[in-house]
Design a protein around this ligand. Structure first.
Ligand SMILES: NC(=O)c1ccc[n+]([C@@H]2O[C@H](COP(=O)([O-])OP(=O)(O)OC[C@H]3O[C@@H](n4cnc5c(N)ncnc54)[C@H](OP(=O)(O)O)[C@@H]3O)[C@@H](O)[C@H]2O)c1
Length: 307
């Protein structure tokens, strides 16, 4: 295992404060530096969980690390990411590092994938968990795309494609796409929702796009030892996504965590599945329309430049 560039820095207490003061995990020119705890040891599983500075992703990261994994923590908040690395390192069963990257920017997604390819020799599991469901008017990313579509789908598509060579080399390996039961068909004449925008529609089309990506990628990966599945983790969990809207939580983050961990750990799950929590399920009909999937993939390749 190649040594992590910042490996061995004990991230805790005064050291964590110092790292925060100098602004760790920031884009230095074009290169992203990590807040590093300790490097993965020989044989330790390496798992990247996007959006693990809060909510479902943070609980998934905690549980994986307590089971002995090396977790690559990701999100925008340096404070929360660094704190989670410190917590995991202090707990002692697993290890962690943190990279800050905004999935609303393709440049930052590419910087994240470059940093992971630079710093790690293997990646056993990629959990595309980061997601948004925003109130208020339609917003565009810095790249000019409807923000839910970019953060929830396009950036996960790009990150996955950039990391595929490393995942393939690490096979048997897994990709888990955290989607939702909230799925609405994509209108290919108005993907960016210039007409008839609502946050619910924007969220739901981006979540269906993740399922379509899952089915499409599974076909491409047949025989590679690399599997990909998607899931609805749980309905209205007690996370910021739900609570900051003033909505009432109906389930706990622990329930969603169990469902994600099932796709990460359970043997013989196969590939190309969509699960409602732990139960195999059907996605929206558009996910089963091969022509629509081909069209979506072509669009994502054109918009991200990643193929
Ligand atoms: N909550 C539910 O009931 C529910 C139901 C079905 C599916 N889901 C799915 O589960 C996943 C996690 O949701 P959650 O409820 O845990 O949400 P959350 O509490 O809002 O957490 C979202 C995570 O994503 C990160 N994130 C948000 N925007 C980002 C960006 N632009 N760039 C990079 N990271 C970003 C956040 O970290 P930073 O703020 O540090 O960037 C945070 O770590 C999402 O994909 C969601 O669609 C949730």
């Amino acid at each position: 295992m190649r040594t992590h560039p910042s490996a061995g820095i004990p991230v805790g207490g005064a050291v964590l404060a110092a790292l925060l003061a100098v602004g760790p995990s920031s884009l230095n020119g074009q290169e992203l530096e990590a807040v590093a705890g300790s490097a993965p040891s020989e044989g330790q599983r390496v798992v990247l969980v996007t959006g693990s500075t809060g909510g479902l992703g943070r609980e998934v990261a905690r549980r994986l690390a307590s089971g002995g994994d090396h977790v690559i923590v990701h999100g925008r908040s340096v404070q929360r990411g660094s704190e989670l690395v410190a917590e995991i390192e202090e707990q002692g069963s697993g290890s962690a590092s943190f990279y800050s990257a905004d999935l609303g920017s393709f440049d930052e997604v590419r910087a994240l994938s470059r940093a992971v390819l630079r710093d790690y020799e293997r990646l056993d599991v990629l959990v595309n968990n980061a997601g948004i469901w925003l109130e208020g008017p339609r917003q565009l990313s810095v790249d000019g795309h409807e923000l839910h579509f970019q953060v929830n789908y396009l950036s996960g598509f790009l990150l996955t494609r950039e990391l595929l060579p490393l995942l393939r080399r690490s096979a048997p390996a897994r990709i888990v796409n955290v989607s939702s039961v909230a799925q609405r068909p994509i209108d290919f004449d108005d993907v960016m929702l210039e007409e008839g925008y609502s946050d619910g529609r924007a969220y739901a089309q981006s979540k269906l796009a993740q399922v379509m990506f899952t089915f499409d990628l599974a076909t491409e990966l047949e025989g590679s030892g690399l599997t990909v599945n998607a899931l609805h983790p749980a309905t209205m969990m007690d996370t910021d996504m739900v609570l900051e809207r003033g909505a009432r939580a109906r389930t706990s983050v622990d329930e969603g965590t169990e469902a994600v961990l099932h796709l990460v750990n359970a043997p013989d799950l196969g590939s190309g599945g969509y699960f409602n929590q732990m139960t195999p399920a059907q996605g929206n009909a558009q996910a089963h329309d091969e022509a629509a999937r081909v069209r979506l993939r072509a669009l994502a390749e054109r918009l991200t430049g990643g193929g």
